[in-house]
Design a binder for this molecule. Structure first.
Ligand code: FAD
Length: 455
């Protein structure tokens, strides 16, 4: 008997319900094909960014090594995912395919197409919940509705229900002797940001252990400190499923204390956005909370925002961190997104696209729905709040260290003066080679208020 474990956003052997179910109850002589398809559909959907492709190459190499230690090997195929699965079924005579339940519109369509193809091939499709998120979408819902639109009541229920126990990694996997294409190499990927992390379950698990030991206790006090870099940086590992969200919640809860509680709350935000997207797939591209007014679009302004040349140092620092690391601090994401959508009054989709082109952790649920949240078209219960980049800078980078780290032109400006280079004496300012502020904040705030009143 042969079964296929189709890996998608769950590139791990620990706490992987898909792999465990494919192996469960298998008698002597049975085998499992651990399959990953480099899906041409993902590329066609424009979601195949170099930073994520490079990280994915690490993840697949690491997963293959973990499977080999257990007697199996990862089978990688290239092409349209449903066709490739059917090919493997034809080659092996497998009668069962196991896969994680997806959340994005793309994953749901993939599942539907797989189901149709497998039904005609008389094979069973087994879809497993709670693999990608800690709690599956729909596990908690408010009375009479299909999803929570407000985070706080969602979190209360999410915490009360609790997540499932993590599963151990399997000890042995008997492979089916199927071959695939060579593993993709990170070196083959062009256009990768220089500072992206190394991917894979092993790195993710090491990072998680170190975080629970050294970082988490200070998380509640320090997570907003831009220069302190005091967050876990686990998001890319969660995005690719190198780490299981359920296991991270369990282990963090066991660590205990206010830092752990604050951290677990952030993991619940991840589940929250996934359950919104699962219920409203259109929110990936359309306003969650429709508004009537029109966005502005000035290509020169957008280009300056993308390049980190707005003249507002904290915005520019964050945008340059994104370009360099394929990651940005959450506080940075909030303030650059507010700057684009509320100060420049540009469509959130323009920003979400740029983020998605660069973020190693970029995913539809977290990216699109956080953008909507900031833009005031999403689930924020205070949709008209505007973050002032200057007060944000003073609060979250009080000594200016974050700005000096990422904006070398301002490297010689001491202390908090770095946040207002326009206040420096004219001679000094001219020598910096740093732009003047591209927009007047109070005028922009007035424009925003008028647009919202009209909307
Ligand atoms: P930590 O602070 O250590 O948090 C732990 C984990 O909780 C994170 O790894 C992440 O999985 C989850 N988390 C934290 N904050 C959020 C949040 N607001 N929403 C959802 N999950 C959260 N996160 C992504 O994973 N992918 C994205 O594409 C993404 N795009 C974003 C776009 C915007 C405009 C904003 C404001 C936020 C976005 N986030 C996204 C959420 C958040 O910024 C990142 O998850 C976080 O910065 C990752 O760093 P970390 O792992 O050190 O987080």
């Amino acid at each position: 008997e042969v079964r296929v474990a189709l890996f998608t956003s769950d590139l791990r052997v620990h706490d992987n319900p898909v792999l465990r179910a494919a192996l469960a109850g298998a008698g002597p002589g049975s085998a499992v094909v651990p399959l990953f398809v480099l899906d041409s559909g993902v590329r066609a959907a424009g979601f195949d960014a170099p930073n994520r492709r490079a990280f994915l190459a690490d993840c697949l190499a690491d997963l293959d090594a973990a499977l080999r230690e257990r007697g199996g090997a990862l089978v990688v195929r290239r092409g349209e995912v449903v066709r490739e699965v059917c090919r493997v079924l034809a080659e092996t005579g497998a009668r069962e395919v196991h896969v994680a339940a997806g959340v994005s519109g793309y994953a749901v369509r993939r599942e539907e197409r797989l189901r149709a193809a497998l039904t005609s091939a008389r094979c069973a499709l087994r879809v497993h919940d709670g693999v990608v998120t800690a709690l599956p979408p729909g596990a908690v819902v408010p009375g009479g509705k299909d999803h929570f639109a407000v985070f706080t009541p969602y979190f209360r229920r999410w915490r009360a229900v609790g997540v499932r126990e993590p599963l151990a990694a399997p000890r042995r996997i008997a492979g089916a002797g199927v071959t695939g294409v060579p593993l993709p190499g990170r070196a083959e990927v062009r256009g990768v940001s220089p500072g992206i992390p190394v991917g894979g379950e092993s790195t993710g698990r090491r990072r998680l252990t170190a975080w629970l030991r050294d970082g988490i206790t200070r998380y509640d006090d320090r997570h907003d400190d831009l220069a302190g870099d005091a967050t876990s940086r686990l998001s890319p590992f969660l995005h690719f499923g190198c780490l299981s969200a359920a296991e991270v919640v369990h282990r963090a809860t066991r660590a205990g204390g206010p830092g752990a509680e604050a951290f677990v709350r952030q993991l619940a935000w991840r589940d929250f956005h996934h359950q919104v997207l699962a219920a409203r797939p259109r929110a990936a591209g359309h306003d969650y909370r429709p508004r009537g007014d029109r966005w502005r679009h000035d290509e020169r302004e957008v280009a300056a925002w993308r390049a980190g040349l707005t003249g507002y140092p904290v915005v520019d620092a964050a945008m340059r961190q994104l370009a360099h690391e394929g990651w940005m601090h959450n506080r940075g994401r909030l303030l650059v997104a507010s700057f684009l959508t509320k100060t420049l009054y540009t469509d959130w989709r323009v920003g979400a696209r740029h983020f998605s082109d660069l973020l190693v952790d970029g995913d539809v649920a977290n990216n699109q729905l956080n953008w909507q949240w900031v833009a005031g078209t999403g689930t924020d219960t205070r949709p008209n709040r505007v973050l002032n980049p200057l007060s944000q800078a003073r609060r979250f980078d009080p000594d200016g260290d974050y700005v000096r780290r990422w904006v070398p032109e301002l490297g010689g400006v001491p202390g908090a003066a770095v946040h207002q280079p326009w206040r420096l004496p004219a001679g000094e300012r001219a020598g910096l080679g740093y732009p003047e502020p591209m927009v007047d904040l109070s005028a922009a705030r007035g424009r925003f208020a008028r647009a919202r009143e009209a909307g």
